[in-house]
Design a binder for this molecule. Structure first.
Ligand SMILES: NC(=O)c1ccc[n+]([C@@H]2O[C@H](COP(=O)([O-])OP(=O)(O)OC[C@H]3O[C@@H](n4cnc5c(N)ncnc54)[C@H](O)[C@@H]3O)[C@@H](O)[C@H]2O)c1
Length: 333
């Protein structure tokens, strides 16, 4: 039995804990959250114990895996604490860190103890995104010239309105379209130049956000990445890859739910959380990504997504944030 200790009992913590709870040979044994009610509620739902302090959880229970689903600025703190306990593996939600320096701290702490650190870039487990990458790789559309992605929906409402504070969440660039940055880098290789415009750039607090980011890949491919937290009409995802021999197009439009429509005009904190794309396939991509990590720990093989991949996605986002603030293109070295 692999035992999991969770940090964060909000939207993603609940999603991960429920996935582990139905995974054969895996049990959630502890849930830590600053909010006592949230920790206990999720712990009760999955048969674990709730805690409000990391030290108390670590000293009270035995565990093999740590999964960090607190808001992004606190990822590094809990990943580094977990690394001191010599666990078998650590999962950290995307974006891996608020800054590149945070990512470097986590990588260093985990490398020192040879602990696999898995940034949860779930898009790689959405079958349509994996299939689009396979098609690009197979050469069926020939040499790629350009790729466009679009992602977004209503403004996310969560703990202390942290998504509305760009200093914490990084806005749509760091929090949302980092999904696309990871998929694009996985599919088209390294990025060398970034230019971005973003509504939340330099702002203290926002109630909507929008960004348009242009990427130039080392291969010469040009990427055009759009992200929005200003669309109350439901979560939408789209990609279009243009090659010399053909076009790959994918569009997913989730209808607006009445709960989200109400939450958009309601007070912060009253909403149902964060819209995430759904998938009509037999198994949730969120389950598949965690199952992949668990089986990599069992077999002792490296997981398909490395901590360096998580850092590289944060680096693209950091360059886009810098470009949006300065109005200038930023080169990634
Ligand atoms: N992969 C995806 O599709 C996806 C979707 C949503 C969120 N996320 C990521 O998951 C992470 C969590 O986001 P969320 O939407 O679940 O947030 P949330 O606001 O729903 O939940 C955060 C929880 O963490 C608790 N918390 C806050 N600070 C804490 C701290 N320092 N120590 C302990 N507990 C603390 C809060 O009480 C709350 O229960 C973020 O990094 C976010 O970017 C990923």
């Amino acid at each position: 039995m692999l035992k999991v200790a969770m940090f964060g009992a909000g939207g993603m913590g609940t999603n991960h804990a429920r996935a582990y709870a139905r995974m054969p040979g895996v049990a959630v044994v502890g849930v830590m959250d600053h909010n006592r009610d949230a920790a206990d509620r999720l712990a009760d739902a999955v048969g674990a114990r709730g805690f409000t302090s990391a030290g108390e959880m670590f000293d009270t229970i035995s565990f093999d895996i740590v999964d960090v689903c607190v808001p992004t600025p606190w990822h590094a703190e809990y990943v580094c604490l977990a690394a001191e306990r010599e666990v078998a593996g650590i999962v950290v939600e995307k974006p891996m860190g608020r800054t590149i320096e945070d990512c470097d701290r986590m990588i260093e702490a985990c490398q020192r103890r040879k602990i696999p650190l898995f940034p949860a870039h779930v898009l790689r487990f959405f079958p349509e995104f994996a299939a689009a990458r396979r098609q690009v790789d197979s050469g069926v559309i020939g040499d790629v010239a350009s790729v466009r992605t679009r992602r977004g929906g209503p403004f996310p409402r969560a703990w202390e309105n942290w998504y509305g504070k760009p200093s914490l969440s990084g806005g749509v660039i760091l929090d949302l379209i980092i999904h696309d940055f990871d998929w694009l880098r996985w599919t088209f290789g390294e990025v060398d130049r970034v230019f971005a415009r973003c509504l939340s750039a330099g702002k203290h607090e926002v109630d909507k956000d929008y960004a348009l980011v242009t990427l130039r890949f080392r291969s010469g491919v040009v990427g055009h990445v759009e992200g929005t937290w200003a669309d109350p009409g439901g979560f939408k995802v789209g990609i279009e890859v243009a090659g010399r021999e053909g076009l790959i197009e994918l569009n997913f439009n989730q209808p607006a739910s009445p709960a989200f429509t109400a939450a958009i005009s309601g007070p912060v904190g009253a909403g149902p959380g964060v819209a995430v794309p759904e998938n009509p396939t037999a198994e949730s991509p969120y389950y598949l990504e965690l199952e992949h990590f668990i089986s990599s720990i069992r077999s002792g093989t490296p997981p398909a997504i490395t901590a360096e991949d998580g850092r590289a996605a944060v680096q693209i986002a950091a360059a886009a944030l810098e470009s949006a603030e300065t109005g200038r293109p930023v080169h990634i070295v």
